[in-house]
Design a binder for this molecule. Structure first.
Ligand code: HEC
Length: 189
């Protein structure tokens, strides 16, 4: 072989190096620790030999709180706790037009169906006869004289009678406070 051809040969060999190992992209070739390379992931609803109860979808550890949520210490359907929430909780959101706009957006999603577009307790679900209990008017003295914390309590854990259910799990805490600003604003219209 002439020395002139050596660079050409090296070039050809390097091409070989690039292609030799892995033609098939989904095939990793040799795997040195197969038990580490192929992880045994179980689907949430398939049986699982690792846990004693054979269930993959384990309950979260007791006391687990979803990100963005804080434990709510006041008890549902307790008059005293509702009063305490009214005295101890303060609306942390300073009201401005943006807050009112978001409060309206949230109200229209979560409250309007029962309490009505302007909070008078005449939402579609009631006027159509689908819901037997009359939702309280939010714009009259009875609700407007309650401190923010009490309304927050009702939104979070529901009303004392249970006719209005809890909305804490659906509505983020800051949005509950924004709804309250909006409800105050409705009353002043
Ligand atoms: C499924 C219908 C329904 C939805 C949705 C609903 N409410 Fe109610 N709400 C009611 C009913 C019915 C009552 C009266 C319950 C009672 O007297 O126990 C009530 C009562 C209330 C009261 C008065 C509680 C009291 O102490 O007497 C407030 C304040 C209130 N709702 C706010 C809201 C807000 C704010 C929302 C939206 C986050 C909302 N509600 C969503 C049906 C609903």
């Amino acid at each position: 072989m002439t020395t002139k051809k050596i660079p050409l040969l090296l070039f050809a060999m390097s091409l070989l190096a690039f292609t030799a190992c892995n033609k098939e992209k989904n095939d990793p070739g040799y795997v040195y620790f197969p038990d580490m390379y192929y992880s045994h992931a179980y689907d949430a609803n398939t049986p699982n030999p690792v846990f004693a109860d054979s269930i993959t979808n384990q309950m979260p550890v007791e006391g687990t709180v979803p990100r963005g949520y804080a434990p709510y210490p006041y008890k549902a359907k307790s008059f005293l706790d509702q009063q305490a929430a009214g005295q101890e909780l303060e609306n942390p959101i300073v009201v401005d037009n943006q807050v009112l706009a978001e409060g309206k957006r949230q109200y229209d999603i979560y409250c309007m169906i029962c309490h009505g577009e302007f909070g008078k307790g005449d939402g579609h679900i009631y006027t159509s006869g689908l819901f037997v209990a009359k939702p309280t008017s939010l714009v009259e003295e009875y609700v407007q004289s309650k401190p923010d914390g009490e309304i927050y309590h009702v939104i979070t854990v529901g009303s004392l009678s249970g006719l209005m259910g809890p909305h804490g799990p659906q509505i983020k805490a800051e949005n509950r406070w924004k709804i309250i600003h909006y409800v105050r604003n409705l009353a002043s219209l």
